[in-house]
Each structure stands twice: as structure tokens, then as C-alpha cells.
Design a binder for this molecule. Structure first.
Ligand code: OSB
Ligand code: MG
Length: 369
């Protein structure tokens, strides 16, 4: 297909409750949506970069700039674009996987709509529902944390992930275990620890956690491999995994026993499928991470999580865990699961009035004729 134009749209979406991690606090999601226009229709994508460059180096203003000035012009210059060809068309630009992912997602949506195929089917889904998990941010106190976790379990979530950091680890984990018994529980450190913290991390072995996610910085692969030898709790990598190649290396070096797959972190849903395939061949379980997505990104994530290797519940929560009003019809829990959209493309349609009401800016870039 030949694109005729691309729209870059910023939205300001208040979260139902602030999400606090060591990377900062998010109270309002500064969302960046991409709409591509073709002679046959349109396709939507979401760039999940956060407001600040604290999770990875990407952040929403930077992503917007690289899209507007470097990525969108390259895509508009393609005479015959396919979703498979997006990564190659953008390969000259280094990095910026979340910005690239948004464009590839929009092209996949448009392309699959013309053939009536769902993204889930296209990626190789084997399930029509996926288990919903919930990520719980740092809390001000243990009683507040127990309150929050209790409400999510009552809502039906099948597993809970707690954010931890030095000074907020053993105590909250122990309290959650004591109160809620053998609920599926894991912790995510977002790189908060240093290799010298091994003794403290070993204390978490007492709580039968499903995994310890990203204890050290993204590039500390050798330290993660060393830690894995010292701990019973399996190590999962998030920030360290930037491609199928890096996943293969992390697995081979013993740094990851479990992989968190986020398509935006690896440059798109097609690379995410390759990460899944690498892990499946190595017998490494994977799960789908999240970044406080709107219904668009959530639809794509739920489709990805329907692949066979996604044997652990992901950070895939209902719309109302994040937003009072979502930009698509809301994702809701059915007995602790989310339905995989089966319609063409992403399988969800944005609600025009809702998108408009939250929009703070729109930029329309057209192709040269
Ligand atoms: O480390 O998984 C993470 C959100 C933004 C950036 C990084 C992370 C997260 C989350 C949110 O944990 C999980 C969700 O979307 O429900
Ligand atoms: Mg994480």
C-alpha cells in the first residue's frame, strides 16, 4: 500500500489512581496515537513511551519528534509499503523502538483490515482469552498496599506483581503473602538493585515468588546470570531484552529464566513474535508486559499474549484499572480473563468523540505526490 498521510495525536488521559514506581509517578497518561491513512482505509497505532526517559531512554516528546522528522517521512516515501516492510523502511534510524512500534502497529491494523484478518490470528494466537494480571505500584504504607491488592483480587485478577526497591521489598512481600496466601505473586525492581545487594535479594526466596523481574540495570547481563546462581527465585528480564537477538543471548548466558515481552520495547509486534519464538525454542516461559496502554495498545498486547508460549499471566488489566473512559470500548474482566479481539486488524475501533475530548494536539503529515 501507499500511505497518503499520517496523523500524530497527543492525548491527556487521567489515570484512575497515580501509578508510582522508582521511575517516577504517573497521574496522567500523556498518550501518543498514530493514525495512518491509505486509499483503502486507516490504521491506528499507539506509542507507549512514557513522559520521562526513566524506564528506557525513550520518552514521549522525543518519540514524537523522531516520528515527525525521521520516521514518518521515511514511511511516507515508501511506494509500496507492507507491515513486514516497516522495520526495514525505518532501519536506518537507530533506536526508538516505541516510536517504530507505533507505526508498524498502525500499518498492521490497516493491512489486516483489508484482508479481514485479526492481529491475533496473524501473529499465531492459540487462545481466545488471556489471564489478566495487575501491576501494583509502590505504596505509601503496607496497610495501603494490602488494601489495593485486596481490591484487585476481589475484582478477579489472577496474579499480582509488586514494584519493589531497596527499603520496600521483604516487608511488603511478606505482608501480602501473609494476608493473601498462595496467590500468584512476583516482584519487579526496574533495575533498582546493585550486584552487591545479592544477600538482600536472597531473602525474597522465602516467599515462593514466581519471579524477580529486572533486579539490575538493563546492561548488567553478567550480574543477572551470577545472581541466578545464588537465588531460587527465577530471574525475569524486561528492560534488558531489546530484540530477539538480545533475548537469545540473555537466555544462553543464564541471565533470564523468564522473559517479559513488550512489543514497544523491541520495536514492534513482529519482532515481539520473534522474541516469543526464540524463547519457546529454548523452553523459556514468557508473559506480556504493559505500559499503561489505552485500549489500542491493550488490544495488540492481548493478541500477542494469545500465542502459545505466553504461559504466564501478563500485565494485562481491564481498562478500568487505568482509565475511567478508554479510547476504545473498554476491556473488561470475565472471570479474571480478557477476551482476545477477533475482528479485523486490532479488532477494536477508537471512539471518535472520546479521542477528540482528550486530545491536546494533532499534527497531520501528508505524502509528497
Ligand atoms: O516495568 O513493567 C514495567 C509501566 C511503565 C513502564 C514500565 C513498566 C510499567 C508497568 C505497568 O509495570 C504495567 C501495566 O501496564 O499494567
Ligand atoms: Mg518491568
Amino acid at each position: 500500500m501507499k500511505l497518503t498521510g499520517i496523523e500524530l495525536r497527543r492525548l491527556r488521559l487521567p489515570l484512575v489512581a497515580p501509578f508510582r514506581t522508582r521511575l517516577g509517578q504517573t497521574s496522567v497518561r500523556d498518550a501518543l496515537l498514530v493514525r495512518i491513512i491509505t486509499p483503502d482505509g486507516e490504521g491506528w497505532g499507539e506509542c507507549t513511551a512514557m513522559a520521562q526517559p526513566t524506564y528506557t531512554s525513550e520518552y514521549v516528546d522525543g518519540a514524537h519528534h523522531v516520528l515527525r522528522h525521521h520516521l514518518v517521512p521515511r514511511l511516507l516515501a515508501q511506494p509500496d509499503l507492507t507491515a513486514e516492510g516497516v522495520a526495514l523502511a525505518l532501519a536506518a534510524v537507530q533506536g526508538h523502538p516505541m516510536a517504530k512500534c507505533a507505526l508498524e502497529m498502525a500499518v498492521l491494523d490497516a493491512e489486516l483490515r483489508t484482508t479481514g484478518t485479526s492481529l491475533a490470528h496473524h501473529l499465531g494466537a492459540v487462545r481466545d482469552k488471556v489471564e489478566a494480571g495487575v501491576a501494583v505500584g509502590l505504596a505509601a504504607s503496607v496497610p495501603e498496599l494490602l488494601d489495593t491488592v485486596g481490591r484487585y483480587l476481589d475484582a478477579g485478577y489472577r496474579r499480582v506483581k509488586l514494584k519493589v526497591q531497596p527499603g520496600w521489598d521483604v516487608e511488603p512481600v511478606e505482608a501480602v503473602r501473609q494476608r493473601f496466601g498462595d496467590v500468584a505473586l512476583h516482584v519487579d525492581a526496574n533495575g533498582a538493585y546493585r550486584p552487591g545487594d545479592t544477600a538482600q535479594l536472597r531473602r525474597l526466596d522465602a516467599f515462593a515468588l514466581t519471579m524477580l523481574e529486572q533486579p539490575f540495570a538493563a546492561d548488567e547481563l553478567a550480574a543477572h546470570a551470577d545472581l541466578a546462581k545464588e537465588l531460587q527465585t527465577p530471574i525475569c528480564l524486561d528492560e534488558s531484552i531489546t530484540s530477539a537477538a538480545s533475548a537469545a543471548f540473555a537466555i544462553a548466558s543464564g541471565a533470564a529464566a523468564i522473559v517479559n515481552i513488550k512489543a514497544p520495547r523491541v520495536g514492534g509486534y513482529l519482532e515481539a513474535r520473534r522474541v516469543h519464538d526464540v524463547c519457546a525454542r529454548a523452553g523459556i516461559p514468557v508473559w506480556c508486559g504493559g505500559m499503561l496502554e489505552t485500549g489500542l495498545g491493550r488490544a495488540a498486547n492481548v493478541a500477542l499474549a494469545a500465542l502459545p508460549g505466553f504461559t504466564l499471566a501478563g500485565d494485562l488489566s481491564a481498562s478500568d484499572r487505568y482509565y475511567t473512559t478508554d479510547v476504545t470500548p473498554p476491556f473488561v474482566l470475565h472471570d479474571g480473563r480478557l477476551r482476545v479481539p477477533g475482528g479485523p486488524g486490532l479488532g477494536v475501533d477508537v471512539i471518535g468523540e472520546v479521542v477528540e475530548s482528550f486530545t491536546t494536539s494533532v499534527e497531520h503529515v501528508v505524502a509528497d505526490r
